[in-house]
Design a protein around this ligand. Structure first.
Ligand code: SF4
Length: 246
């Protein structure tokens, strides 16, 4: 069974949502310069990249290659780089920092404490993200309200961090359901990560991602050994409450 078989049922107002998403991307491309898309190559992100390409928008895409991604994700990255009209840039951690951390704490340090997990995330994700976003006026993410309680208030254009870092966050799929995402993938034959076919709704680093069972929360497969409240690694952290996650 493919990931499409179960959830590819669109909302009744899907066509209106899609039109609003297209309009938002066009508006963002005109209003925010420079602008970039952050892609984890998950289902939401491949939809956004497909939209950027089909609308012929000049919005480059970036991917964080943490050095711990699944082979399936790396294969999709190569296929995306080969097929995308928009440039796909890859940011990697500082090798010296990785070697130092793994030498000191071991390669499985993330399971020993939340602090060590966050330290690994900082080296492999947060610091490369800072480099990817340096000088950007805005960035596009695949955040959806449905993904978790912490994301229930995600706006289409989030200006809450503009005063602090000068950057807005554009969330073109904020009101899309999981069914909408898979409907779009099906309708447009979008290439996607085959791990979704093995019940990975949310795909991150290999040591920190597992498949989920039917009925489990979407993000139950990420950092599953930790309490719900601790699940953040800094990619979508709000300065005031530090509750959002990557
Ligand atoms: S998700 Fe896991 S492997 Fe990836 S950076 Fe964070 S702790 Fe390290």
């Amino acid at each position: 069974m493919s990931a499409i078989d179960l959830p590819a049922r669109a909302s009744k107002d899907f066509d209106a949502k899609l039109a609003a998403t297209r309009a938002l991307l066009q508006r963002a491309a005109a209003e925010f310069t420079p602008l970039t898309q952050a892609s984890s190559l998950g289902a939401e992100d491949v939809v956004i990249t497909h939209l950027i390409n089909s609308l012929e928008l000049d919005i480059p895409v970036f991917v964080l290659d943490t050095g711990m991604l699944h082979g399936e994700t790396l294969d999709l990255l190569e296929r995306t780089r080969a097929s995308s009209r928009a440039p796909v840039n890859v940011y990697r951690p500082v090798q010296e920092s990785v070697v130092h951390f793994v030498g000191r704490e071991g390669k499985d340090a993330m399971y020993r404490s939340i602090e060590l997990r966050k330290a690994c995330c900082h080296i492999r994700k947060v610091e490369p993200l800072e480099r990817a976003l340096a000088g950007q006026r805005a960035w596009i993410t695949g955040l959806r309200r449905e993904q978790s309680a912490a994301r229930a208030e995600v706006p289409a254009i989030d200006r809450s961090e503009e005063a602090a870092n000068g950057r807005a966050k554009i969330n073109p799929l904020a009101d899309w359901t999981w069914g909408d995402v898979w409907h779009y993938i099906q309708q447009n034959a979008v290439d996607y990560n085959p791990l979704h076919d093995q019940f990975y709704p949310s795909i991150g680093c290999a040591p920190c991602t597992r498949a989920i069972s039917l009925g489990e929360d979407f993000r139950a497969g990420r950092w599953w050994w930790e309490d719900e409240a601790a699940k953040e690694c800094g990619l979508h952290v709000k300065p005031e409450n530090e509750e959002a996650s990557a």
